[in-house]
Ligand binder design. Structure first.
Ligand code: G4P
Length: 531
């Protein structure tokens, strides 16, 4: 790249914020997404993304199943601008349980916004996701949503964040008012009070007034006094924002508000711009960071076939890591080192697709008809680079999968392998027999998606029989032969060649480990193996 392009790439990278919203279903992710679009001027009235009640349907809810359930299973990226910044909001699947799919999307994000429903706090099923983000040191901004209605005390919520996720909360805003009479927030950074007024259905921006503490005290009286007392308590506990702690994933700045009434939404959007990191040099598989201004490179974090049932296509979503992407450019696919043409590049959100002509670090491009690309693959223009594989998690649920119509076995096999490549499930095969595979998953929803997609897209009905296994360990062929003699386990081979030993209970595993400490039985921790 020439110097001008170098400068352009650095300047464009600096403008970008690439983040994902993580939350439990119903905490308000869709509502908040829509309100962020409203405040960024990308929609003129809220209601465009999600219609109310029975018409409830988000732009990203394009799969029939998603519409039936009103949840978003697939993930894409939404790009909009705000105050000369380019925001890439990655849509994470709204699974009720932890899913690898969500994790893969997060691998393409530079930060996350965690939305909590103040009435519910941290809910058990999503705890794992939050903990995983925490353990990966991802910068997380917290938004305590639904302050317009009765909920837990904010202090109690901060306590939950600290105890359950291990993140130190640092509130930057604090609520003024009571449920049912939520007035606005105190900005702890300058002590000012931001008073909001609701608009009809929250369809347009809430009116905002900024009052200095003196005026706020006169006009809001006891509500403001109480908020100030609580802020004094927070000051006393040292719950103050520290940018380094946030960027290293130790502390989370906390904002309060109500996505429904638009209270606090602008402050959150500004926080994403002011506090969250812009893309930085991404480490390759040997942990050598690739400078942003190096020639184009990116990695595939999601693969999706048949997004549009009328066009059987195959889209690979690529997060740009370095350089400038220009449609039509010739790239190299790593690991095959084969050339890859990018004639069909698109930005995809929901069912809508726009051709994308250029992109910069932090952006997401959808490469259409890219059936050779797999999750974790790297694409580069020149100066070969290989990004590390995306972590896969230890499966905890297992089911034997069989085609109901044995006459269509060949098609069944083809389709299920395709879904495995998309990361819907992991497939395990018997070491000796060629028999039916076992589908392995981290969360229950993965099985439902598998059954639904086999049926809806390929007309292949399947039968799933759960096996009693509950945990898996990485092993090798020598240990596999030894394990065959002791029972209480089953060794299977994953498509990537890894041997997995499945156990029905931790008891069996512990016994075998106790009797044979030299056997290879490694814990699978987010893609790496630990002994
Ligand atoms: P999700 O994407 O995280 O699943 O949540 P979503 O935005 O769909 O919100 C779930 C429900 O919570 C919706 O109500 C939504 O209107 C409501 N909600 C979101 N933010 C707020 C808030 O700040 N305050 C209050 N009081 N409610 C909020 P619903 O009845 O399920 O759907 P709808 O009929 O309102 O669309």
């Amino acid at each position: 790249m020439n110097e001008v392009t170098n400068r352009e790439v650095l300047m464009q990278s600096k403008r970008r914020r690439t983040f994902a919203i993580i939350s439990h279903p119903d905490a308000g992710k869709t509502t908040l997404t829509e309100k962020l679009l409203l405040y960024a001027g990308a929609v003129s009235e809220a209601g465009a993304v999600k219609a109310r009640g029975s018409r409830r349907r988000a732009t990203s809810d394009w799969m029939a199943m998603e519409q039936e359930r009103g949840i978003s299973i697939t993930s894409t990226a939404l790009q909009f601008t705000y105050k000369d910044h380019v925001i890439n909001l990655l849509d994470t699947p709204g699974h009720r349980d932890f899913s690898e799919d969500t994790y893969r999307v997060l691998s393409a994000a530079d930060s996350a916004v965690m939305v909590l429903d103040t009435a519910k706090g941290i809910e058990a099923q999503t705890l794992k996701l939050f903990q995983v983000c925490r353990s990966r040191n991802m910068p997380i901004i917290t938004f305590l949503n639904k302050f317009d209605r009765p909920g837990k005390e904010p202090i109690e919520l901060l306590d939950e964040i600290e105890k359950e996720i291990g993140l130190i909360p640092a509130p930057l805003t604090w609520p003024v008012g009571i449920p049912g009479d939520f007035k606005g927030v105190v900005d702890r950074r300058d002590g000012n009070f931001i008073r909001y007024s609701r608009t009809a259905r929250g369809a347009t921006e809430a009116k905002e007034e900024i009052l200095d503490p003196q005026r706020a005290s006169i006009e809001e009286g006891k509500y403001f006094e109480q908020a100030m007392e609580e802020c004094d308590l927070l000051n006393g506990t040292g719950a103050n924002y520290d940018s380094d702690l946030f960027l290293s994933g130790i502390q989370t700045p906390v904002f309060v508000g109500s996505a429904l009434t638009n209270f606090g939404v602008r402050m959150l959007l500004e926080a994403v711009i002011e506090l969250s990191p812009s893309p930085s040099a991404r480490p390759d598989y040997q942990e050598v960071p690739r400078p942003l201004a190096s020639p184009f490179s990116g990695f595939v974090f999601k693969v999706q076939a048949n997004m549009d049932p009328s066009h059987r296509d195959h889209i690979a979503f690529v997060r740009v890591c370095s350089g400038k992407f220009e449609r039509g450019m010739n790239l190299v696919h790593q690991p095959s080192l084969k050339p890859f043409r990018t004639k069909y590049a698109a930005s995809v959100f929901g069912s809508e697709r726009d051709t994308i002509d250029e992109a910069y670090p932090g952006d997401v491009i959808g490469l259409v008809n890219a059936s050779d690309l797999q999750i974790g693959d790297t694409l580069f223009e020149k100066d070969e680079v290989k990004y590390p594989p995306i972590a896969s998690f230890a499966p905890e649920l297992f089911a034997k999968v069989r085609a109901k119509d044995t006459g269509r076995y060949k098609q069944f096999k083809k389709v299920i392998v395709q879904l495995e490549r998309e990361g819907t499930i992991q497939l395990l095969y018997d070491l000796k027999a060629e028999g039916d595979p076992i589908a392995a998953a981290v969360g229950e929803m993965q099985f439902e998606v598998l059954a639904h997609r086999m049926q809806a897209e390929f007309g292949a009905e399947i039968e799933m029989t759960r096996t009693p296994h509950k945990l898996a360990r990485v092993t090798d062929i020598d240990t596999a032969n030894l394990l065959a003699g002791v029972g209480g386990n089953k060794v299977m081979r994953r498509n990537d060649g890894t041997y997995l030993a499945l156990f029905e209970s931790p008891y069996w595993l512990q016994r075998i480990q106790g009797d044979h400490p030299d056997w290879k039985l490694d814990t699978i921790v987010a893609g790496t193996t630990q002994t």
